[in-house]
Design a protein around this ligand. Sequence first.
Ligand SMILES: NC(=O)c1ccc[n+]([C@@H]2O[C@H](COP(=O)([O-])OP(=O)(O)OC[C@H]3O[C@@H](n4cnc5c(N)ncnc54)[C@H](OP(=O)(O)O)[C@@H]3O)[C@@H](O)[C@H]2O)c1
Length: 112
Amino acid sequence: MKNKTFGSSSTAEQVIDANHPSSMEGRIVVITGCNSGIGLETAKQFYRKNATVVMACRSEEKMVASRNEIVEQVPNSSGVLDMIVLDLGSLASVDSFAQAFTQKYDKLHTLM
Ligand SMILES: NC(=O)c1ccc[n+]([C@@H]2O[C@H](COP(=O)([O-])OP(=O)(O)OC[C@H]3O[C@@H](n4cnc5c(N)ncnc54)[C@H](OP(=O)(O)O)[C@@H]3O)[C@@H](O)[C@H]2O)c1
């Protein structure tokens, strides 16, 4: 299923199930801008696959609300939903994110 073609009606769930048919436990995924829209849906799907998802959003308040939403909608995941504030419009914030991330993790498998 890896080379399946997707279209405008494909869902994030279909895409991740085709590309990651088995559990992603232990895989570390950073997703920027994931408190709404396509980023939020992507975070939900990687978390559903049991990945360690590091949410990277500029608003801590929105990030916490989105994290709560994901946990409520995906109650059976064995993954991790971490949060580190990141404003991509600020180099200081990018630097602070990188420091916080590397203090906690020694690998990054996927960056979105
Ligand atoms: N990680 C990714 O690759 C990613 C994530 C999201 C969207 N996108 C792209 O954005 C386009 C529109 O997607 P959409 O309609 O779902 O989303 P959207 O409404 O455009 O929102 C995008 C997300 O990006 C966040 N964001 C905007 N500026 C940011 C910044 N300086 N630092 C950190 N986060 C920031 C927004 O956070 P606020 O709520 O704080 O504004 C929001 O969560 C698409 O082309 C999509 O590919 C990519």
